[in-house]
Write a protein of this length. Sequence first.
Length: 164
Amino acid sequence: MTLRADAQRNLDRVLDAAGECFAERGLDVSIDEIAQRAGVGHGTVFRRFKTKDDLVATVLRRQIAAMTAVAVAAAADTDPWRGLERFVRAAAGSYAANLALVGGLDRCAGAPELADFFAAAEKVVRRARRAGVLRPGVGSDDVLALVPTASRYPDIVLDGLRAR
């Protein structure tokens, strides 16, 4: 269903504002605060999202889709190490900027966006491993598990991942 232009603008503003609020203040931020930041009424938010959990899940799926696009681009990089490095740095930056949302990932379990993200991350890691630039035995689960550490120490994590 295609939204009217003004309705689409309002939806985009709500999703942007919600993402900012959740990242800054956590998932407990109120719908009223989100609506105020978006410049819309409280009812506008609830016309699009029946519950706050629906809004949180939509914001998370949107951010996961953005990270999937980063992973797809990284997997297409002509230099597999540079692609892996770009992916790890972007994932770590997203993690650091959205700590509150990371705690809500369980709300997206089973979402196709999450499966797409894991598949794209696996492709980045597989290319680096095949090229011999990633330590043997390191899988995408390992790389993703290191993202929180990479948010603070990206160079150390990347140095540890690089094959010798």
